[in-house]
Design a binder for this molecule. Sequence first.
Ligand code: HEC
Length: 151
Amino acid sequence: MCALKLISLIMALNEDVFVKQLKALILVVATLFMTQAYADLDAHSAKILDRIKPIGEVCTGAECGGLAVVAGEPRTGEEVYAGACTACHSVGILGAPKTGDKAAWDARLAKGMDATWQNALNGINSMPPRGNCATCSDDEILNAIKYMSGR
Ligand code: HEC
């Protein structure tokens, strides 16, 4: 709409050489400006959509490159962590104790490893049950806690 108005406005202008050159210049600048404006808008919308996506829907399963269900040996703490816990515990989203933050984990573990483990299995405040890892066994959750807390 805006572009059409601008072009018809320019077409209505006087036809001498100077005006022709001016019109060409204005068209080039207007086109560049609009292209940039639309590109910015797209990038901006993508960022906003990413920021407002609900935290409970962060995809962590095998289908999104996360943990696959493998029968047999329990996965190591590092594997479970990388697939299911890193989204929140690497940067401390919603107050999650950060991986390797000794003081934060000491405070959590003051009540004992078993109680902390139970909280991870059942969920506590913004911490979802099992960190949303439906395929993680109890022992695998424990492995991940040991990995994050450095125990
Ligand atoms: C959606 C974000 C999120 C994910 C994913 C997540 N956590 Fe958490 N976790 C939290 C938050 C937030 C807390 C702090 C909860 C509170 O005490 O307020 C927390 C706290 C914990 C605690 C401390 C519980 C206590 O008793 O203090 C443990 C243990 C834990 N998480 C383990 C895990 C493990 C293991 C995984 C992966 C299998 C995981 N979390 C995945 C958000 C997450």
